[in-house]
Structure formats: C-alpha cells, structure tokens
Ligand binder design. Structure first.
Ligand code: KIV
Length: 306
C-alpha cells in the first residue's frame, strides 16, 4: 500500500502566495484532484493549487455535464483530497444550485466546503449576476475565486461547449465582469475557453491572478482537468488540453494482463503468496490424515483434501 504523505516540503500556499507570484511574474500552476492518491501525488510534485472541480461529475461519476453534482458529492471528494495535501492551496468548486437560489445558501454552502470539506477557498461561476453572493461569502471570511468565459454550469444557456468572448461586445462584457469580480473582492479568477488575446488583456488589467484553461499563455497561471492531462477520460478531450500521459490505454493493458495472468495461474506467484512453517504444515497434514482425510500434494495447485 501507499506510504503516508510526506511532511510539508515548504510553506502552505495561500491566497497571498498566489498574489505575490502574480506580482513577481511567476506562473501559477493548478490542476484538479478528486481523490486522496492523486492529491498526494500533486502535492508532492510541488503544484501551487488543487481545484476540487465539479468536473468530478463528468470524470469521476459519469454524468453528462456538471449540473447533477451535489454538495454532498463535492464534500465527499473535498475531504478525500484535503487528507492528502499539506502544502498546496485547496479550492472547492461550488456546485450548481448551491449559490444561485439565495445568498444565504451561498454563504452556508461555501462555509461547508471549508468547515466540512477542508478547503482553503471556494470557486463559483458567473460575473455581475453573482456579485451579491461573492460579497457575502467574502464577508464571512471565505476567499472566493471567480470563473468566467465558458462556465459549464450555464452550458444550456451558452448553447454548448463553445469558445466565449469572441465578438467585441462579448469581450467587453467579459472584461467588465472580471473588473466587477475583482472589485467585489475575488482573490483570483479562472478564465475558461476564451481567446488568448482577451485573456492577456484581462491579466494585464487586473491586479489579481488570472488562471486560464483554454485561454492562452498570457494568463498568470494555468489549470487543467487532471483526467485530461493523464489521458484518463475516454469520452472526449478538449482541443486546448495537452495530454502528458495516456493512462487509459495503460490501465486497459494492465487489466488485460492481470486477467490473463489469473486465468493462466501466473498470478499470484510465490512472491505474492504466504507460506506455512514446514513443520506446522507437516503436523497439520498428519492431523488431517489421522482424521481420515487424504491429502494430495501438488506444487502447482492449492492443497486439496478428500
Ligand atoms: O470543474 C472544474 O474542473 C473547473 C475547471 C475546468 C476550471 O471548473
């Protein structure tokens, strides 16, 4: 089994660390995680931030989109990730309808992600339409990361998974929304699937870190869905993703090898098995034989008694 997580190899990454990285022009690295082992690996690798995204609905739970994800599901995965992390900054996504219906819901659910989920901050989607929720959550002492551009919880309103902010009007609206979120107190903003030039303009204009996903190299940092990075999600891969591994194929290969090893009795081999003390085994066989049971030894088969 896996070893216990390593002790922290540096100070915990905070909102202030991320803001200082922007100030010093140091790129900020984020990836998603939804489980303990991935969180441990990411933390050890030195990632700045881990997002427990509601993308878990698609890549972990097999939903068509992120809309069915509940607070319970988010909390379950947030807790698993938090157990594996000692250094990285942890952001929990607010799922659909956990902040849209009322400001009271928004504050209560954001609080749960910190109090019960072990997160350091929350992320929610939307601009000017979410200012009241953003301000109230921040007033409760909870850091909020904004999310603009292609906001998956509005997939039906947006008419699909399309690049946003392409026209002058749409781009201007996006810049305004980013400024509104900064003004409302967000400590960072994710920009998803927007033209690189527009993301660069926003990153230059705002003082807070801009984390891009499908938004070009001009952002202050990058985030991707870890399942896409590892090639673990077989359904589709967005064009802005760079695959750093093809673990889905590797997983299939390993499973097939295991199945044939078991069928051919190549697994478990001697090194995967425990043996009895020879004298204890001889005594046992004698006892069994005295009881009238015959023992048929066969080196390649488990012991059989008749
Ligand atoms: O849910 C998620 O993983 C996200 C990222 C795509 C930014 O929101």
């Amino acid at each position: 089994m896996s070893k216990a997580p390593k002790p922290p190899s540096g100070n915990k990454v905070s909102v202030k660390t991320l803001q200082s990285k922007k100030l010093h022009g140091e790129p900020i690295t984020f990836l998603t995680a939804y489980d303990f082992s991935t969180a441990v690996a990411l933390d050890r690798s030195g990632i700045d931030g881990i997002l427990v995204g509601d993308s878990l609905g698609m890549v972990m739970l097999g939903y068509e989109n992120t809309l069915p994800v509940t607070m319970q599901e988010m909390l379950h995965h947030c807790r698993a990730v938090a157990r594996g992390v000692s250094r990285a900054h942890l952001v929990g996504d607010m799922p659909f309808m956990s902040y849209q219906a009322s400001v009271a819901d928004a504050v209560r659910n954001a609080g749960s992600l910190l109090q019960k989920g072990g997160m350091d901050a929350v992320k929610l989607e939307g601009g000017r339409n979410r200012v009241r929720a953003v301000k109230s959550i921040i007033a409760a002492g909870i850091p909020v990361m904004g999310h603009l551009g292609l906001t998956p919880q509005s997939v039906h309103q947006l008419g699909g998974w399309k690049v946003q902010g392409k026209s002058t009007h749409a781009a201007r609206t996006l810049i305004e929304d980013a400024l509104i979120l900064e003004d409302a107190g967000c400590y960072a903003i994710v920009l998803e699937s927007i033209p690189a030039e527009l993301a660069q303009l926003i990153a230059n204009r705002l003082a807070i870190p801009i984390i891009g996903i499908g938004a070009g190299v001009g952002c202050d940092g990058q985030v991707l869905v870890t399942h896409d990075v590892l090639g673990l999600f077989d359904r589709f891969t967005p064009s802005f993703v760079k695959k750093y591994a093809d673990l889905f194929s590797e997983m299939e290969r390993a499973f097939q090898e295991y199945i044939s090893d078991v069928k051919e009795r190549k697994f478990p081999a001697a090194e995967h098995s425990n043996s009895m003390d020879p004298q204890a085994l001889r005594d046992l066989i004698r006892e069994i034989e005295m009881q009238g049971l015959e023992f048929e030894p066969d080196d390649n088969q488990p012991p059989r008694f008749h």
